[in-house]
Design a protein around this ligand. Structure first.
Ligand SMILES: Cc1cc2nc3c(=O)[nH]c(=O)nc-3n(C[C@H](O)[C@H](O)[C@H](O)COP(=O)(O)O)c2cc1C
Length: 317
């Protein structure tokens, strides 16, 4: 049996892309329920794992309902990735992903994230250290470029290493998070790896099933990574699958959204009892965005403290 879950996916497969502060266990479980095939955690600091940070170790807890689930590591010191990779294997993840795409100041100011795409030696050492110290498949997430470095040159420096999948955010560092994604570069990468077993995943700007189809048609990749498209719509995965299969999909109505809110609240309060009452508020606002005539209820959502507060609000819908 193939133990590498990347090789057993039907194509095109749909991934929940890593989202710091969002793709926690609760969000992952909800996305899985609505059709996500592969779940990425939010980025986890390799340095923090190296130093056994309790708070970071807490972020590694996964539920049985999440598999296959990929933990994403970020950092800049190749040495800390060795121990971090070992810890991730012990926690039962199915894969380890390495972040070469994050543009956040707190990550790049230390030379991590997308800035590693400029340092071929260090990035290679990081990938080697993760591969050597883990028993599970290793993937990477990159951007299409940074300053004068092109994704394809960055990847050529790693091409002899057994990398199972590459998620390409189709924008450069300079483009940050907006603008149309670069289909040509993603296609070029897909073509370059076509004779290997490495899966190429396109990411960026997928907010509707129509966007998803357009990205697949224009790139021919094996999978898609969806990040902000899940805001208020974790069921986008099911919609995309329906659209690709039948050419149509349905929207959630208010009663579906109420059920979804109940489910997300239940899972979040179970998985993060100490933080849930704060964190659920942003999800409530996302889930109810665009529903007419509930301005006051939306205001009340910013101060809920418990599942019973949420249930009371839902009755007023
Ligand atoms: C709030 C937020 C948090 C993110 N956190 C991560 C992260 O932890 N690791 C990572 O590789 N990318 C992260 N990203 C980038 C996304 O995974 C994705 O590449 C980017 O948002 C483009 O996809 P989209 O247009 O579907 O949102 C984050 C993006 C956002 C908006």
């Amino acid at each position: 049996m193939d133990v590498n879950f990347w090789n057993t996916q039907n194509t095109p497969f749909l991934c929940l892309a890593p989202l710091a502060g969002i793709s926690d266990s609760a969000t992952r479980q909800i996305c899985k329920k609505f059709g996500a095939d592969i779940l990425y955690t939010e980025m986890i600091s390799a340095d923090a794992l190296f130093y056994n940070s309790k708070k970071t170790l807490q972020m590694l807890k996964i539920s049985k309902k999440e598999h296959p689930v990929v933990v994403q590591l970020f950092g800049k010191n190749p040495e800390t990735f060795k121990k971090a990779a070992k810890i991730c294997c012990e926690y039962g993840f199915d894969g380890i992903d390495i972040n070469f795409g994050c543009p956040a100041r707190k990550v790049v100011s230390h030379g991590g994230g997308v800035f590693l795409m400029k340092d071929f030696d260090k990035s290679r050492k990081i990938v080697e250290n993760v591969i050597t110290n883990s028993s599970i498949p290793v993937s990477i997430k990159i951007r299409t470029g940074i300053s004068d470095i092109l994704a394809i040159d960055f990847l050529k420096n790693l091409e002899d290493l057994p990398i199972s999948a590459i998620m390409v955010h189709g924008r450069t560092y300079e483009q940050k998070f907006s603008g149309e994604i670069d289909y040509n570069t993603i296609s070029e990468i897909r073509e370059y790896f076509s004779s290997s077993n490495t899966k190429i995943i396109a990411n960026g700007g997928i907010f509707t099933p129509e966007n998803a189809k357009k990205v697949l048609d224009n790139t021919g990749v094996s999978g898609l990574g969806i990040a902000r498209g899940i805001y208020g719509k974790p069921y986008i995965f099911k919609q995309i699958k329906d659209f690709l299969k039948k050419g149509k999909y349905s929207e959630f109505d208010i009663s579906d959204i109420k059920k979804l809110i109940k489910l997300h609240s239940k899972v979040l309060f179970k998985t993060k009892p100490e933080r849930a009452r704060y964190e659920i508020r942003k999800y409530l606002l996302w889930y109810t965005k665009g529903i007419p005539n509930i301005k006051e209820l939306r205001n009340e959502m910013t101060s809920v403290n418990s599942i019973s507060d949420i249930n009371k609000l839902l009755k007023k819908f």
